[in-house]
Design a protein around this ligand. Structure first.
Ligand SMILES: NC(=O)c1ccc[n+]([C@@H]2O[C@H](COP(=O)([O-])OP(=O)(O)OC[C@H]3O[C@@H](n4cnc5c(N)ncnc54)[C@H](O)[C@@H]3O)[C@@H](O)[C@H]2O)c1
Length: 264
């Protein structure tokens, strides 16, 4: 029996079979969870539907996280279909492309700042409010996805780093607020992975090559590895963990200096 047997999870953020949310969904399904999926718009529905069907999930709903009506409707639907839920996975981020390349100072407009923070951080608060309303009889777990740019400057990551810093603070405030209701809130800070969203960040190829050279494990991580950590964090095996940012990055964030293998 899997560590998530009997649990029901809403997965927000599958776009393709390369999405981190899809790696999480596969791991959670493998551990016995029952899953519902959202899609950001009609174009993504056509991609998400067959993926969900491939693991036996038919509960799908539209959630554009910028639309409060859709968020309300999604949790109303989950309430009707399932009554209660155990797990919320939030794997959503967006910033206008022009803000994710070149210099931070020159390329961060007020509008790009607003959109990045709304879609990538506020959305977790909004979804957590809806999910918490369906977790009163459960030991709930919420999970979001962050990146090292929250705590270190990273070329081209720019305004998204600020949004991830806000998202990590969001994790701590939600954990404090929802802990007394027996709901845990954590984040995984994943190393770079080639996905649709990551391809919008300038210089992704160089980032991947750099991590593979200097991270202790000398390689990049996979969506399956992030998925397994997510399944653990959202299971009762992690019942004592909340407000935490868990790095799944091959150890990259722990290194102060690394001699390249070619240095001998
Ligand atoms: N890929 C990486 O290198 C990496 C590393 C660390 C953290 N992350 C984070 O992981 C999460 C998932 O990203 P990914 O890399 O799997 O890319 P992805 O493109 O597969 O997923 C991003 C998702 O965000 C959704 N989204 C964007 N705007 C939305 C909106 N308004 N409403 C609803 N959904 C919206 C997209 O539909 C998509 O499903 C993001 O928070 C990202 O910042 C990614």
């Amino acid at each position: 029996m899997g560590i998530l047997a009997g649990k029901r999870a809403l997965i927000v953020g599958v776009a393709t079979d390369r999405s981190i949310a899809w790696g999480i969904a596969q791991a959670m399904h493998g551990q016995g969870a029952q899953l519902a999926f959202s899609y950001a718009n009609e174009t993504f529905r056509q991609r998400v539907e067959p993926l969900a069907a491939s693991i036996g999930s038919t509960l799908l709903m539209p959630i554009d996280v910028q639309l409060d009506d859709q968020i309300d409707a999604a949790f109303a639907l989950l309430g009707r279909e399932w009554g209660q839920i155990d797990i919320l996975v939030h794997a959503v981020a967006y910033a206008p492309r022009e803000a994710l390349a070149g210099g931070f100072t020159a390329n961060t407009s007020r509008e790009a700042f607003r959109i990045a923070h709304d879609v990538s951080s506020y959305s977790f608060t909004a979804l957590a409010r809806g999910a918490a309303g369906l977790m009163s009889e459960r030991r709930g777990a919420m999970l979001t996805l962050s990146y090292l740019g929250a705590v270190r400057s990273i070329p081209s990551y720019n305004v998204m780093g600020l949004a991830k810093a806000s998202l990590e603070a969001n994790v701590r405030f939600l954990a404090a607020d929802l802990g007394p209701r027996n709901i845990r809130v954590n984040a995984i800070s994943a190393g770079p992975i080639k996905t649709l969203a990551a391809s919008g960040v300038g210089g992704l190829r160089k980032m991947l090559a750099h991590v593979a050279q200097v991270a202790p494990l000398r390689r990049n991580v996979t969506t399956a590895e992030v998925g397994n950590a997510a399944a653990f964090l959202c299971s009762d095996m992690a019942a004592g963990i909340t407000g935490e940012i868990l790095y799944v990055d091959g150890g990259f964030s722990t290194v102060g200096m690394s001699l390249l293998d070619s240095d001998g």
